[in-house]
Ligand binder design. Structure first.
Ligand code: SF4
Ligand code: SF4
Length: 434
């Protein structure tokens, strides 16, 4: 790791804002779209924790006010909308800004060879004296890749939103003709933002909206000097979101462990045999849900196709075909599960009985017949309980000390009852004598 890296990845790195100008109050957020479907924008505006509204209305204590410039959400259009972008490119904005890039970055040199462009916004002549007037009288559009190159070095942070921006995604799949790539590839290994951060990556196709807004919040709080450096993994992903596999948080993981698998969609069991890659994919959607803690892939019956991963889509294609590894891990789960499942059913039966039902051997449910445990089951439960309590001071009828205390308290209570009865008798006798 170079000295530069150590400076960046240490919590001792104090943002310049905090050192020189005091905490920042306002941050411009420039949203740029490369080769994207706008799905990441839709995911971001659906975020709830925090929501875009909370961010732009400064409703989070300590968070600077965010002035969002977004081509789809903006009220302004045309030159009025583009002017802040141009100012930032010219270095005339006079304010702190971050860049949020959605979609992959196409190789615009390829498009320029034929006089075209892949992804553009605004007109280049406003920042480039060599701007080109086209045959129809309009100015050559400003490729967002070029704008990214201009804006990134002056940005407090560059955040790649979604898998296309982070790793290249679908536009960079094998066979693509645009030489599309992620922001990190485009800016290079040595890129650092004005405040020393490499590119931050929030992958997902589309990412969870809350993952986007939470990352923006965490980064801005750090840059404003009011929060610690968020933990990122070696690929610049927020570590607290992407450290674990989706499988570990999947509501169907218990079925996998017991070796029971869905054979068709709509069944409740583990989906690995239908093509789920969850056991190896780093994603938090099963825990966090897709929108407002609802939905999200296997929560609603869908398999994982690895959309957060750098290898997506090629590494996980063909979709809907079981991953090769499932033959080993799935078979092992089946074998282990065939022992574990019946044992669990036995202890589950015990957990479904009250002490009273065990004693009376009758379960008075009006909803259906529940068989009382027979001799075999009772014997199993007896030994099970022995093992359960061995080595522990706990005993169903109390520890020795508890039993002693109980005897003592019973004796005290009995003496108290006796004494109060005697007093009642004495009172009654005294009243008779009167
Ligand atoms: S559905 Fe996928 S993520 Fe869930 S338990 Fe099965 S393999 Fe794992
Ligand atoms: S579970 Fe898989 S397919 Fe679903 S969002 Fe996560 S990585 Fe993408």
């Amino acid at each position: 790791m170079s000295d530069k890296d150590e400076t960046v990845l240490s919590n001792e790195h104090t943002p310049l804002f905090a050192n020189e100008s005091g905490p920042i109050k306002e941050v411009h957020a420039f949203w740029l779209a490369g080769m994207s479907c706008d799905g990441c924008s839709i995911a971001a505006v659906g975020a709830k924790n925090p929501s875009v509204e909370q961010l732009i209305h400064q409703q989070i204590p300590g968070l600077p006010k965010i002035i969002l410039h977004h081509p789809v959400l903006a009220v302004e259009a045309g030159h009025r909308f583009m002017e802040p972008y141009y100012k930032a490119v010219r270095g005339e904005l006079g304010a702190t800004y971050v860049v949020l890039y959605e979609g992959s970055v196409a190789d615009e040199d390829i498009a320029k060879e034929t006089g075209g462009y892949f992804s553009a916004m605004g007109a280049q002549f406003l920042t480039d004296e060599d701007g080109e007037l086209l045959g129809d009288g309009s100015w050559r559009p400003y490729p967002t890749a070029d704008m990214l190159k201009e804006l990134a070095p002056g940005a407090a942070a560059v955040i790649a939103v979604g898998t296309c921006a982070a790793w290249g995604g679908v536009p960079a799949a094998i066979g693509n003709v645009t030489n599309a790539m992620g922001v990190m590839d485009f800016l290079g290994k040595d890129f650092r933002s004005a405040l020393g951060l490499p590119v931050v990556n929030v992958p997902g196709c589309s990412p969870i909206g809350d993952n986007i807004t939470e990352t923006i919040t965490a980064v801005l709080m750090f840059l404003a000097g009011v929060g610690p450096l968020p933990e990122f993994d070696e690929l610049g992903r927020p570590a607290w979101m992407f450290n674990e596999t989706v499988h570990r948080g999947c509501p169907r993981a218990g079925f996998y462990e017991e070796g029971t698998f869905a054979e068709e969609y709509g069944q409740q069991e583990c989906l690995v045999e239908l093509g789920c890659w969850g056991p190896v994919v780093q994603c938090n959607i099963a825990r966090r849900g897709s929108l407002g803690h609802n939905g999200g892939c296997m929560n609603v019956g869908g398999i994982c196709i690895g959309c957060t991963m750098p290898g997506f889509p090629d590494a996980f294609a063909p979709f809907y075909k079981a991953p090769p590894g499932k033959f080993i891990s799935g078979t092992a789960s089946r074998i282990v599960g065939s022992f574990i499942r019946p044992l669990r059913q036995i202890s589950q039966r015990k957990g479904n009985m009250t002490n009273r039902w065990l004693k009376t051997e009758s379960i008075p449910s009006g909803w259906g017949h529940v068989e009382a445990p027979g001799v075999v089951m009772k014997t199993i439960h007896y030994f099970y309980k022995k093992i359960q309590t061995s080595g522990s001071p706990f005993h169903p009828s109390g520890t020795k000390q508890q039993q002693k205390l109980q005897l003592k308290s019973r004796a005290v209570m009995a003496a108290g009852v006796k004494r109060s009865e005697e007093r009642a008798m004495e009172t009654a006798k005294a009243e008779e004598l009167l």
